[in-house]
Design a protein around this ligand. Structure first.
Ligand code: AMP
Ligand code: MG
Length: 521
């Protein structure tokens, strides 16, 4: 197995001089060298051929002992020196100070096809940033991260990628419900891949410590290697950088809202500087469309990270990044101008995305009203988001309001909930929708094709991941393989997977792991 190694991060940025692997505060350093814990009996569960190929590995490489050893943390790849990143962050709106990679270990950067990738093991053992935790990850959460990142990629949502999923062969103790019932679970390690794992919280770390030398070093490094098109020096460079981060973050959130993804823990340490989805924890997918929903039980009370609040929180997080960058810019005005533009830009992009979901190629001002009334209607009774939008593509210009309504009827969880008023409202909405699509130039089939290319048929529903986890815990990976294949083509009909184009089954409604997830992972 041959990787084209590059070590820009560790060769250009200062390391923690101590290599003692014990929880501590680390000052004036970007990372600490740390070796992954050698797993007792590692085995490969799954690897992504596509990600392997991207970093220059063949299908044969995946099956080699080198691959198993490198991506389980058993051996260190030649000429690399693994390290854990030091970063800080705001958690649930509160300043949390130093956090860092508590259970992630960066292996190296790899260059292939003119792209740079950073490879990182998650769950490979303790680091100086593990605080009171153990540095490991269980199979349950590792499957969730591994599958979801790839599913998001194929949905066209910016994300970290997954290279491999391994069992460590060791047991990990977890109290899933935080109710004093800890149990052993299988330990696992995911190798994830991203341009870098630099976060908003990486900038907050140095800024909060008034370590402006390292703050500047980080900004300069990030721009030089990851935003090379940003030219020039001084304040303008940092403002361009900040502006670009707001734009990519905005774009990511619009995608989340498009597919019904709820991240669940949008803390600033979980916000990538690349505007990609990172740190899949207690995330979830909207089944019934509900802007108040969050899968994260830790956030049950305030629902800070609920579906409908994600754009607002992204902006809040960008404010924290702006504050962190301020010492390099020394002028609040241009930062505020960029931040002020976010809400308007978001409204514009969101509207455009929803118009596309509804199949409107011609954009009309009145569409905003139609969309607003739809999102209200969708929440009157439990209505499956994915099925609704997918079936909406089958509505034709000749439909009556009633036949159009019947086309999406399968999306209702309980048809009995549809009282007369609600039915009347739907009827009215479909009258308007019908009028609206008759103003379009595209034919029914052309419109359907366009809608089907952005309204997925298959997403990683919460209960699907849970079924897959229950099987995998027993050593059966066939469902994992099946879901992985299906999620590669989420917009295709794939009639062989039709059974997954269905509403959440009733047993999964309030089940732990399906609609309720804790941060325990
Ligand atoms: P999260 O919000 O899950 O991304 O994690 C917040 C912080 O806790 C990060 O610094 C993680 O590295 C750390 N963390 C989470 N789980 C563990 C664990 N099992 N062992 C060590 N650190 C952890
Ligand atoms: Mg995190």
């Amino acid at each position: 197995m041959k990787l084209h190694i590059q070590n820009n991060f560790i060769s250009e940025l200062p390391a923690d001089p101590s290599e003692i692997n014990a929880p501590r505060q680390v000052e004036q350093a970007f990372y600490s060298y740390v070796l992954p814990k050698i797993p007792s009996n590692p085995s490969l569960i799954h690897a992504s051929n596509e990600v392997a190929n991207a970093i220059g590995l063949s299908p044969e490489d995946i099956l080699s002992p080198d691959f198993l050893n490198t991506f389980s943390g058993s051996t260190v790849y030649p000429e690399t020196k693994p390290f854990a990143l030091c970063y800080a962050g705001h958690q649930f709106g509160n300043w949390a100070g130093q956090l860092g990679d508590g259970r992630a270990i960066n292996l190296t950067e790899v260059v292939h096809g003119n792209e740079t990738y950073t490879l990182q093991l998650k769950g490979a053992g303790p680091t100086p940033y593990s605080r009171t935790a153990d540095g490991f990850a269980v199979l349950r959460s590792s499957i969730r991260e591994y599958l979801c990142a790839e599913a998001m990629h194929y949905l066209g949502v910016p994300t970290t990628r997954s290279l491999s999923l391994m069992l460590s062969g060791d047991q990990v103790l977890r109290d899933v419900l935080y109710n004093g019932n800890p149990a052993f679970e299988k330990g696992a390690i995911v190798c994830r891949v991203a341009p870098s794992f630099i976060r908003f919280g990486s900038f907050e770390l140095f800024s909060s410590r008034k370590d402006y030398i390292n703050l500047k070093l980080l900004a300069d490094f990030t721009i030089k290697h990851h935003f090379p098109h940003i030219q020039g020096e001084g304040v303008g460079k940092y403002l361009d950088f900040f502006h670009e981060v707001t734009q990519t973050t905005l774009n990511m959130i619009v995608h989340w809202q498009r597919v019904g993804f709820v991240h669940g823990v949008m803390n600033t340490d979980n916000m990538s500087i690349h505007g990609i989805t990172i740190d899949y924890g207690p995330y979830g997918w909207l089944e019934d469309y509900n802007s108040n929903w969050t899968p994260n039980t830790t956030d049950r009370q305030h629902k800070r990270y609920r579906f409908g609040n994600q754009p607002e929180i992204a902006l809040w997080n960008l404010y924290q990044l702006a504050n962190a960058l301020y010492p390099l810019i020394q002028d609040a005005k241009p930062l505020e101008t960029i931040l002020d533009a976010f809400s308007l830009d978001y409204e514009k992009e969101y509207l455009n995305m929803m118009q596309n979901k509804l199949g409107f190629q011609i954009k009309k001002e009145t569409d905003a009203i139609l969309i607003e009334s739809l999102t209200q209607l969708l929440q009157l009774v439990e209505t499956d988001m994915t099925i609704f939008f997918r079936n909406l593509g089958n509505v034709t210009k000749d439909d009556t309001a009633t036949t159009a309504f019947n086309t999406i009827k399968d999306a209702f969880y309980n048809e009995k909930d549809l009282n007369e008023t609600i039915l009347k409202d739907w009827h009215e909405w479909f009258e308007n929708y019908k009028t609206r699509i008759n103003e379009e130039i595209l034919s029914d089939s052309e419109r359907k094709e366009q809608m089907n290319s952005i309204n997925p048929k298959y997403v990683l529903r919460n209960y699907m991941a849970q079924l897959c986890i229950e099987d995998a815990d027993k050593g059966n990976y066939s469902l994992l393989n099946e879901l992985f294949e299906m999620l590669k083509k989420p917009y295709d009909e794939q009639s062989n997977f039709q059974k997954w184009f269905t509403k959440r089954p009733d047993w999964a409604r309030d089940k732990v792991g399906c609609s309720m997830l804790s941060c325990s992972s």
